[in-house]
Design a protein around this ligand. Sequence first.
Ligand code: GAF
Length: 362
Amino acid sequence: MDDVRRWQVPGRVNLIGEHLDHNGGAALPIAIDRSLLVKARRRTDGTVNVWSRGERASFPVETVPGDVSDWSAYPAGVVWALRESGVPVTGADLVLESTLPVGAGLSSSAAMTCGVALALDDLAGAGRPREELARVAQRAENDYVGVPTGLMDQYAVLFAQEGHAVHLDFGADPPSAEPVPADWGDDGLVLAVIDTGVHHELAAGEYAERRRECAAIASELELSALASIGLDGLLSLTDETAKARARHVLTESTRVRGAVTALRRRDWAQFGAMLTSSHESLRDDFAVSCEELDVAVDAALASEALGARMTGGGFGGSAIALMRPEQVDRLRARVEAAFADRSWAAPTVFTVRPSPAAALLP
Ligand code: GAF
């Protein structure tokens, strides 16, 4: 194809700082070496065609929320949000090829929305800054697809750096993004991902419910965002569920700060301990884990991981574990056996490296 532009767009793993983006707090994701390739060619007839995983979708550039409800709502939402923001989209052929598992909690949807936003912005010659494209991608997901996600995944995909985690602070406007070296590899460690292969139906509803709960607590305490809660605020809460949710937000914020320090000092024992306590907090206080994720984390810890936790929104998807490479096979055997014992489908275990943000290929 002539005039084809190719964008490589990574997935992400969040190391720590879960459910803090929508609370004005911090997160520490890496981009991973599993990615989406977007091949894009301009059209001028007002039609967008998208090919993905053996399927083809077509829609007009004038698409509005409600028009499409299958997977193509993601690219259609980007077209809608980009045009709303003033970028002239005249049509496009988009071919999407992926090594990123879908529904694994590794941000395949943010890779798709950010990749399509980058490609269409580029074809239009608009040159919008990445901060704006992150918001376009979020708007596509929030207002067109109808999932009320925060901005962490889009920022991870668009602002990561190879060999680094990105310390994001959603208390700032626009959010700040500071690279932190993530060089456990130099110390003989790997980051393993355990894709549980499950995605519980309640995920989107429970995500929205947690957002509502957090917003209600912040408003009760007259805070602009729950991440600014202090110990006094926490102790003043009388409802036990509200207290547990707020306790996660408060303690997770502290853990992110500790994890950034541990990462800079290459103190892997401390870093690992924080991963594991983050998981406990997400399981017990924020209540977004599930049996499969807990079993995966337990298998990792039993395989001598320095730390392990669920990553992403929860209710399925993936867990991560920091460990020595020679333990990965043991983890795989252990988690496969634990899943087989419960008659669950086999999980997938692989390692990931801190990788670059989305980029135009030469
Ligand atoms: C999902 C959302 F898309 C993110 O915005 C974030 O809230 C995450 O869950 C939880 O940290 O990935």
